[in-house]
Design a protein around this ligand. Structure first.
Ligand SMILES: Cc1ncc(COP(=O)(O)O)c(C=O)c1O
Length: 451
């Protein structure tokens, strides 16, 4: 018998659970804010790419495509492949180490986005994770059910849900405003009906940079008795994610854009996980996250995920020095508190540089900025633009000639390009900044923009 997604009491209790991907992994002391600026030399010294032949002397702006990794990630990967490259789960030392290193990787991601480790699925990438999630959820959909998708998302968070029409679902499209590049909550409210079962949205756009009030959208979905799936891929590299506060039923991000190895991470509310159709071997039914992955996770890459928080911990220590490692009560800040303090620092740095980039683009007579032309909490550091005279392809090629790593195109946000009135193949030029981006990088891009 299939349990349908039919309504629980409509008052935000959709999941019927108080523990979401929710309940974060770490309690413990808060860390105070880190004063002063980000030590960019210290940051960049942690990333070997900056001194590697293929990357050195490039101003790298393709971070939204995939970020560089710190040495700490490489170290975890090397250690796993050297000392633990066996099947995990057995009691002999190499296997026990493999088990522990993989668990550390999962715990690191749980700390990063503040959810319980048991809620996490480690899959090939976000596209795969959302595809598998949609297949697992399909049996809960019935004819007449309605599914809300946007025209702003990367296609990874659209196609799998649109395919639910095969189950008789009706798709309702939540359209963004091409002027602002943003989705409005009013737009969502207008689409919600008593038949809405699912609302899928981005936390930030990978093109317009618009940051959605995802927590409010999740609340609206829940009040309508629907589930909410949030794609955090374009948000997680730039801002502190609080999966507990967000309260989405599923939250996806790509670790390889958050300075980790190439895997996708999906947090699923345990009570929803229990209702999904098992996608793995039949005897694994009921085994939580294992059921939302047709195979197993990549072992060495899962282990390497812990390098992300190793890096953040080292950077935290570097910034607070001997002071601030303990709070007033004498307790060391929790791992989550250290991540939060650092991300506040990253956000200040990114905000200053995004402001610098947007100001330069605004002053350029031939550039049209896509989305908000000003910096602020409504905008992430992913900046797309077109040129009034030249194709996006030509602008990107020109910039690469000056060692500015950008690309052009639709970046798989194909429907977004159409809504913006752009040819998806030529699309936009996209420059995305992260915390290791420097002012010199930004200035080089601006200096070499064709007139
Ligand atoms: C916003 C957004 N969502 C989803 C994806 C898909 O992620 P993955 O490459 O991990 O499948 C991307 C990839 O660029 C993205 O930018």
């Amino acid at each position: 018998m299939t349990e349908s997604l039919s309504k629980p009491a409509p008052s935000g209790s959709t999941s019927g659970s108080t523990s979401g991907p929710t309940s974060g992994p770490t309690s413990g002391s808060m860390a105070g804010p880190i004063s002063g600026a980000l030590d960019l030399d210290a940051v960049r010294a942690c990333f070997p790419a900056f001194t590697t032949e293929t990357c050195a002397n490039w101003a790298f702006f393709e971070n939204a495509g995939g970020a560089y990794v710190p040495q700490a990630v490489i170290d975890r990967l090397t250690r796993f492949l050297t000392a633990a490259k066996v099947q995990p789960g057995a009691p002999y030392p190499a296997s026990a180490l493999a088990t522990e290193m993989m668990a550390e990787g999962v715990r690191a991601m749980a700390t990063l986005v503040n959810v319980a480790p048991e809620a996490l699925v480690i899959g090939a990438d976000t596209s795969t994770n959302l595809h598998v999630l949609a297949n697992a959820l399909a049996p809960l959909i019935e004819p007449g059910d309605e599914v809300v998708v946007t025209n702003l998302d990367h296609e990874a968070n659209i196609t799998p849900w649109r395919r639910l029409t095969r189950r008789g679902a009706t798709v309702r499209e939540w359209r963004f405003d091409p002027e602002t590049g943003a989705l409005s909550l009013d737009g969502l409210t207008a689409l919600l009906t008593e038949n809405t079962r699912l609302v899928c949205l981005p936390q930030a756009s990978n093109i317009t940079g618009a940051v959605c009030d995802a927590a409010a959208a999740v609340r609206l979905a829940h009040e309508a008795g629907a589930l909410a799936v949030v794609d955090g891929v374009s948000h997680a590299p730039h801002a502190l994610v609080d999966g507990s506060a967000l309260d989405a039923d599923a939250y996806a991000f790509s670790a390889y854009k958050v300075f980790g190895p190439h895997v996708g991470v999906l947090a699923v509310r345990p009570s929803l996980m229990a209702r999904l159709e098992n996608q793995n071997h039949m005897f694994l039914a009921g085994h939580g996250a294992l059921t939302v992955n047709p195979g197993g996770p990549n072992h060495e890459l899962t282990a390497a995920l812990a390098g992300v928080t190793d890096y953040l911990d080292a950077l935290y220590a570097r910034h607070v020095g001997g002071e601030g490692e303990e709070d007033d009560g004498g307790a060391a800040p929790s791992a989550r508190a250290r991540v939060a303090a650092l991300f506040a620092l990253f956000e200040r740095h990114q905000s200053a540089l995004t402001g610098r980039l947007l100001a330069g683009l605004r002053d350029h007579p031939a550039v049209r900025i896509i989305g908000a032309p000003t910096v602020g909490p409504h905008r992430s550091p992913t900046v797309a633009f077109t040129h009034r005279r030249l194709s996006s392809r030509a602008v990107a090629e020109h910039l690469r000639g000056h060692r500015v790593a950008v690309r052009h195109g639709h970046f798989y946000a194909w429907r977004c390009m159409q809504a913006l009135g752009l040819d998806p193949e030529d699309g936009v030029v996209r420059a995305s900044l992260v915390h290791y981006t420097s002012a010199e990088d930004v200035d080089r891009l601006l200096a070499h923009l064709p007139a």
